[in-house]
Design a protein around this ligand. Sequence first.
Ligand code: TXA
Ligand code: MG
Length: 337
Amino acid sequence: MPPLPITEAVRLLRAGEVVALPTETVYGLAADGLNVDAVARIFAVKERPTFDPLILHLARPSDLAKLVTVIPPEAEALARAFWPGGLTLVLPKRPLVPDLVTSGLSCVAVRCPAHPVMQTVLRQLGRPLAAPSANRFGRISPTDADAVREELGDRIPLILDGGPCPIGIESTIVDLTRSPARLLRAGAVPLEAIQQIIPCETSPQPSDPSRPVAPGLLASHYAPRTPLFLARQPLADGPPLPPDVAALIWSRLPIPPPLHYQQLTVSGSDLEAAAYLFRAMRALDASGVRAIYADPIPMHGLGRAIHDRLTRASHGTVRLEREIFWEQPATFSSPAG
Ligand code: TXA
Ligand code: MG
């Protein structure tokens, strides 16, 4: 492969342009996080509402103090344990962080990513990068350069192709403006690992419409175009699926296998499943079926984040009763389509 045009990426970012680049979690759509016009371009390209705040990315953990006013010991402990990596910390912002980045909130979300391409760009630029996932608003996050091209290819000047993202699911977000800390989004760092370092409360389920989790953490998100239903029982235990329904299998394949399916992990590994999740969803979405049924996901390790993404992507649940699949739409209207 030819060398990546890193210098060109840095030149574009200095000029206030947006660039898509790989991180260890998902591909990001990056712009200079302290330049309001550049940040505005992110919202325009993604068609993202400005009430949904952005994460700022830093090369070095030691630069955190430049963006936030308070670094409690819990934040220090988490940064020491998980940075650089897939953890985002929410802390009170300094005035230099544009209000557009935080959607007017007094706190900012910050992460030190580990991916070598992102690290190189951050170090050469010498400024924080605002970077949401490089998909159009409400759609599945891209975990390889082809998916970015499909989402935004005609709207952005450059995509740095660093191959598939090793983790494949977005960062874990922890709110440290309160004590005890609170999990805002399950993600690349499992909750169990966080709780080994600090006490951390979990958020209400995103499917509960009466209790919004946090600004921007919308119930309906990460959505394929094809309606997706969460199976209440393992699909391998049910009758054969109709040919116009595709299966998102955790690990155990139904016999005979469905006409259209993707298997997340052969060995039952949550890491393997997370790395493949969004590519599997894109593939099923492209198979021309009427609906996608998704297997129940074990809630350990990255399983919690996978379950969260599928819940946000889903139209409802599907239940097996006397050899028939009953689709039950969610009973509330989602805030984002
Ligand atoms: O892994 C990731 O986090 C990827 C890569 C590119 O770094 N980025 C990402 O960004 O997933 P995005 O914009 O797709 O999701 C960021 C989430 C949003 O749902 C937003 O609501 C939340 O972070 N967020 C950002 N700033 C916040 C704040 N100040 N308070 C609470 N939530 C915030
Ligand atoms: Mg996103």
